[in-house]
Design a protein around this ligand. Structure first.
Ligand code: ADP
Ligand code: MG
Length: 357
């Protein structure tokens, strides 16, 4: 399997470089629909960054996170125990800082870890991180902390919700201490909407949208894969600028067939959801509440996409909005207050389903 070369993210990358150039003062939320290329852009940026920056990157996507301990374990990277004389243990913070490799978690050794876990207090973990970052600064470099898929800790509690403790800590690192650059990436638009309306974060963060490729970028991408004009048209019609879809298509022998297959799968999933709603009611939990949607609710909402590719967030009632976002059919941009299908394929699938009614 050949590795997909990274394709242009100039505008977004420039914006991040500008942020990195200035003194840290705000938390940056990188958001966008599922599979729009957020993680890929971040990984690429880390590779390209000069070693003036020390990057700590933690992706929570594959982590199992139900408790505070599990979160702490995923944050820190325990130094490898090497036997005997083969390698000297990193005893001090300065040694730990010098051991940092690209795209790794926050380094820690046994002694510091005991301290961090003591009393189950986030305060200990945070004070360790501050000391480590200060050490990075003392070495003449800039610490950058990136947390990918942070919504995964949304439900973890230590006294109150951990996420609030964490945001307070991030505000301390940026706005108060100007010590480190903080980036948080997420595809979860409900999580983001909560953040957006969170008073404690108001004026303390900025939002950077990493959306599917625009038309020009998509066409340039397809050209680099030798698509003919007809194939380009077909690809844009089906995949829009969704990178993952375009990559799959580029690797497919029978592009027509592949696109029909993609569309068939998505259409089937939406039909499945509607069938569930008809037979049992489609249930979603919202805080303590349980909301039940019926077929009519869903169809009536999807109908609005017959002639539009996006809606104002206020055009759907809260329960339907929640249901369709949780089912990964719709994406909510809380900054622009618009709702749109997660992808062009999703939009086409929605239109197939509503035209069958
Ligand atoms: N800039 C890009 N150039 C080439 N391929 C990309 C690019 N961005 C994303 N992709 C492809 O799309 C897939 C999904 O992107 P990813 O970064 O995981 O999305 P997200 O983190 O936004 O959910 C990647 O595995 C990669 O194959
Ligand atoms: Mg990702």
């Amino acid at each position: 399997m050949k590795r997909t070369p990274f394709h242009d993210r100039e505008r977004e990358t420039d914006e991040i470089m500008k942020i990195l150039d200035a003194e840290p003062s705000l938390i940056t939320f990188i958001y966008g629909p599922i599979n729009s290329g957020k993680t890929t852009m971040i990984s690429h940026l880390i590779e390209e960054l000069s070693d003036e920056y020390v990057v700590f990157y933690i992706n929570l996507r594959t982590k199992f996170l139900l408790s505070y301990d599990e979160f702490i374990e995923s944050l820190f990277e325990m130094e490898m125990e090497t036997d005997g004389a083969s390698r000297k243990r990193n005893e001090t913070l300065a040694e730990l800082v010098s051991s940092v490799t690209k795209v790794a978690g926050i380094p820690i050794n046994k002694e510091f870890l005991d301290y961090v876990f003591k009393d189950n207090k986030p305060k200990n973990a945070f004070s360790y991180i501050i000391q480590l970052f200060e050490e990075v600064r003392a070495s003449g470099k800039h610490p950058v902390l990136i947390l990918d898929e942070l919504q995964k800790i949304g439900d973890v509690k230590v006294n109150g919700f951990l996420i609030y403790e964490l945001f307070n800590f991030f505000i301390d690192l940026t706005k108060e201490k100007h010590l480190a650059h903080i980036f948080v990436a997420t595809s979860d638009s409900l999580f983001l909407e909560q953040i957006y309306s969170e008073a404690m974060l108001s004026g303390r963060c900025r939002y950077l949208l990493v959306d599917d490729f625009d038309y020009e970028t998509t066409i340039a991408f397809l050209e680099s894969y030798g698509f003919s004009d007809d194939e380009k048209k077909l690809a844009w019609h089906h995949c829009g600028g969704k990178p993952i879809c375009l990559v799959e298509l580029a690797n497919a022998e029978e592009k027509d067939e592949k696109m029909r297959e993609f569309l068939g799968v998505r259409t089937g999933q939406i039909e499945g959801l509607i069938e569930d709603a008809r037979e049992f009611g489609y249930k979603i939990s919202y805080g303590e509440e349980e909301i039940v949607l019926n077929e009519e609710h869903i169809r009536r909402s999807l109908d609005k996409f017959k002639n539009k590719d996006h809606l104002k967030a206020s055009e759907l009632s809260k329960p339907v909005k929640l249901g369709l976002i949780k089912a990964n059919i719709l994406f909510l941009d809380p900054v622009k207050q618009i709702l749109k299908p997660q992808s062009q394929l999703e939009l086409l699938a929605i239109r197939e389903v509503i035209s069958d009614a």
